[in-house]
Design a protein. Structure first.
Length: 244
């Protein structure tokens, strides 16, 4: 039972990071360059999670062929999740305020991939889940900031903005518990294969969504490149500190 509560607590961390970013957006309006740098930093953190934690763990039970195939599956799954979100909001596209739901769906897809990763990591070890959750908190703050800023730009009332950001906590806990329950006690090939699948999902999210959104916010610069590498290094330091 204690382990279940630990997984639930860790699953709430990305949602808390997202919500924190949303609250910051309520009281501070950064320049487009600052927002772009924050998103580059978040992308660097996600790439570090993949490179330093998820794929090395996957090597414990999978061959290079297996990792490559699972990574591809993850990319396809992420595309499918985005397609479902687009379809659910397509009918609303002509109505005023429907942009809000499109943004909500995109953020939800990102958070679900985060907590599925934490649930799968918890099935391998609680320390891995802790490291992954810590990294995602750092990445989700700028994501939540960008989402809330877009809500505000689309004239969504403040009360509704805050309720929307808070509501992310409900489905993410269920997703983490589900992933942990399914994979706990499963053969190693499935547990570590899930980490490779989620690596593919996160890679698409980082490169296509976060970087794409950063480029929409502001043109690339040397500072944004430094923010990306700084995000990678920050997670490496956090991972090393937790692992000691």
């Amino acid at each position: 039972m204690d382990q279940w509560w630990s997984i639930i607590g860790l699953a709430l961390l990305p949602a808390a990071g997202n919500f924190t970013g949303g609250l910051i957006a309520e009281f501070w309006k950064p320049s487009p360059k600052a927002l772009g740098m924050a998103l580059h930093g978040a992308s660097g953190i996600v790439i570090a999670i993949i490179a330093l934690e998820l794929l090395p763990e996957s090597r414990g039970a999978l061959s290079g062929w297996g990792i490559g195939a699972a990574f591809m599956v993850g990319g396809v799954l992420y595309i499918g999740m985005e397609a479902i979100a687009d379809r659910l909001t397509r009918g609303e596209a002509k109505q005023a305020g429907s942009r809000m739901w499109m943004i909500y769906g995109a953020v939800m897809v990102d958070l679900l991939s985060d907590v599925l990763m934490i649930g799968a990591g918890g099935a391998v070890s609680l320390s891995l889940a802790l490291t992954l959750a810590a990294g995602q908190v750092l990445a989700d703050v700028p994501e939540g900031f960008a989402a809330a800023a877009t809500f505000r730009a689309n004239n969504v009332p403040r009360r509704r903005r805050i309720l929307l950001m808070a509501s992310f906590a409900i489905p993410v806990v269920g997703a983490a518990v589900f992933a942990n329950a399914v994979l706990r006690g499963a053969p190693e090939i499935y547990r570590f294969g899930a980490l490779a699948v989620i690596s593919g999902m996160l890679a698409v999210a980082a490169i296509e969504d976060m970087i794409g959104e950063a480029h929409e916010a502001a043109k690339d610069s040397k500072r944004s490149v430094l923010a990306f590498t700084g995000g990678f290094a920050l997670f490496a330091f956090v991972s090393a500190a937790i692992g000691e």
